[in-house]
Write a new protein. Structure first.
Length: 584
């Protein structure tokens, strides 16, 4: 049940009637007609812009259309009034029975809030994809949480979602990893490690060195890297990926698949992707202009193999092979995305760190070219996370050598708090993470505020049987919801009604942070109702007496807050957060 979709369908039906009667001309496009909450709740329950968007194509005044539409809508038993406001907006007030139906739907329909907007289309969400050279850091944490929540949101809204991690194990950085691990191996064998500039200094490689000693003994000591580099590179990469998988598990992130960059080399996949572009006339040999601004001192114009990415929206063409014939970093990324297209995905989403902003246009150009514009690529950038404690910059142990790890953050506050707070800002806005604030028990902490609402509901459910109330699902679904007439109760019911609409808005924009914002607002309406009960006994959830009327009244209120808990649980599940039923 999506009440806003239902009322919009009614509005469109009335517009069709007006066209049939000759009040409106035939053939009007109605895609821009919306039904949504009014900016000011005092104006009504819903508002439609139908008259405003149809006035110009219809050649009529907005108010004239609005008045004719209002007259039609008045015949719908769900609509108590339709009032024309301003230049032609139409404000609707709904019968309370509508909100009662919403509460019942939330209680009885397990799919309440779910959408079929995605229509089963296959979407690949690629996220994290950190180099396998060390543990995940706090920046990766945000990308992991955002990508995982986005994947869950799209699944909830009707897409067929695949979560994938691209292992960057084909570049020079894994050679550096191997050499760094070898020094820790020497250390495990009793020698002094030589962690020179350019190697990874973090002590997370100490266990890798020890594992190497256990595997090879001292057989690799004092040998040139031509004897051990390849084996150590593969071993160290496997060890790092095990560490990364462990880090992701600590954050409750589970991938559907891991894709190795190394698998693209020596298999013809890169060549195939570039040949595909070449057949489209998009590969040529040429010389690029020097970078804009200050030209590097070592700049030399060199002929390279270039991808004509400007033909697909990029600012400049991009090299795919260097002057010496070796591939650029861009070439395997093209091949990887070509593989995504070949796997039959209808939509691709990449989650990158903010430092990859310069990669957006070239990757979009590549996917556009490879798919002939049929497969959209949406790239989401996640901005930096700044760590604080009590408002002051906070530095942790940095066991990684140069950065704060994901595990450091999760160990401090837990996965649920970490995930929720990482979604309290839009992905492309900087995020402050204050360890004191994210764990404090106050309204200013959205994690606590939402969880506290759910815990309060469950405290009522635990106490209700002691008051002689049956609060089973069957009993609550049969409660007399017509007893819910107070403004604060209806406000909460209206918030529950917005859940399906909010899901579709968030999914359409790839914006899971909207779920966190909605949950906070829903919790606020719940807490407001709870607090009103302190002053108005008639609003309290548990009965003050044994009469059947008193119990019926309480049962209706408990049905309302149980529906609230159901929606909170759905929302938290999308965010990857476990609902709390009891605060400690």
């Amino acid at each position: 049940m999506n009440l806003f979709t239902d009322i919009r369908a009614t509005v469109l039906d009335c517009l069709t009637q007006l066209q049939a009667e000759g009040t409106l001309p035939e053939g009007l496009a109605t895609a821009a007609v919306t039904v949504e909450p009014p900016r000011d709740a005092a104006h009504g329950d819903m508002a439609t812009n139908a008259a405003m968007v149809l006035a110009k194509p219809a050649g009529l005044k907005p108010r004239d259309i609005a008045e004719a539409l209002a007259a039609k809508l008045a015949s719908d038993p769900r609509i108590v009034s339709a009032e024309v406001a301003g230049p032609g907006f139409l404000n609707l007030r709904l019968d309370p029975v509508v909100w009662q139906e919403v509460i019942k739907a939330a209680l009885t329909d397990r799919s309440y809030g779910r959408s079929q907007m995605g229509q089963g289309q296959k979407v690949m969400v690629e996220y994290v994809s950190a180099n396998p050279t060390g543990p995940l850091h706090v920046g990766h944490t945000r990308g992991a949480v955002f990508g995982d929540a986005l994947a869950s949101l799209l699944d909830y809204a009707g897409w067929d979602v695949t979560r994938e991690y691209y292992i960057n194990d084909g570049g020079a950085q894994v050679d550096v990893l191997a050499r760094s691990a070898y020094e820790r191996y020497r250390e495990a064998c009793g020698q002094e490690p030589e962690i020179i500039d350019g190697l990874y200094p973090g002590d997370y490689l100490v266990p890798v060195g020890e594992a190497m000693k256990e595997k090879w003994g001292e057989a690799l000591l004092d040998k040139g890297e031509q004897f051990w580099l390849e084996d150590v590179r593969e071993f160290a990469t496997e060890q790092m990926m095990a560490l990364i998988r462990s880090d992701l598990a600590a954050l409750n992130v589970e991938m559907d698949s891991f894709y190795s960059e190394k698998s693209l080399y020596g298999t013809g996949r890169i060549e195939s992707a570039i040949e595909t572009l070449d057949h489209k006339g998009l590969i040529y040999r040429g010389t690029l202009e020097p970078p804009k601004g200050k030209v590097p001192e070592d700049w030399e114009p060199r002929e390279q193999v270039l991808f004509r990415s400007t033909a697909h929206g990029d600012d400049v063409d991009r090299p795919v092979a260097k002057s010496d014939g070796s591939w650029t970093y861009f070439a395997p990324d093209i091949a990887y995305h070509y593989d995504k297209v070949e796997r039959g995905f209808d939509l691709l989403i990449d989650v990158f760190g903010a430092d990859h902003g310069g990669y957006v246009k070239r990757m979009k150009a590549a996917v556009s070219a490879l798919s002939d514009g049929k497969v959209p690529l949406d790239i989401k950038l996640t901005q930096l996370v700044k760590l604080y404690k009590d408002g002051e910059p906070f530095k942790m142990s940095k066991r990684a050598g140069t950065f704060v790890t994901l595990r450091d953050v999760v160990d401090q506050v837990g996965p649920d708090v970490t995930r929720f707070h990482m979604l309290t800002r839009k992905n492309d806005a900087p995020l402050d993470f204050d360890f004191a604030k994210v764990t404090e028990q106050s309204k200013d902490n959205p994690v606590f505020y939402v969880q506290y609402a759910n815990a309060r509901v469950h405290s009522v459910l635990r106490k209700a049987p002691e008051a002689g109330l049956d609060v089973s699902d069957a009993a609550l679904s049969g409660a007399d919801l017509s007893l819910l007439t107070h403004e604060a109760e209806l406000t909460l019911a209206k918030s529950i009604a917005e859940w399906p609409r909010l899901v579709e808005i968030a999914a359409k924009g790839n914006e899971p942070h909207r779920i966190a914002f909605y949950l906070y607002d829903l919790a606020s309406d719940f807490h407001a109702l709870w607090n009103r009960g302190n002053d108005e006994p008639s609003l309290r959830f548990l009965p003050d007496g044994d009469s059947e009327a008193t119990k019926a009244n309480s049962l209706s209120k408990i049905a309302l807050i149980k529906a609230t808990s159901v929606v909170i649980s759905h929302g938290l599940a999308i965010l990857g957060v476990t609902p709390v039923e009891e605060m400690r």
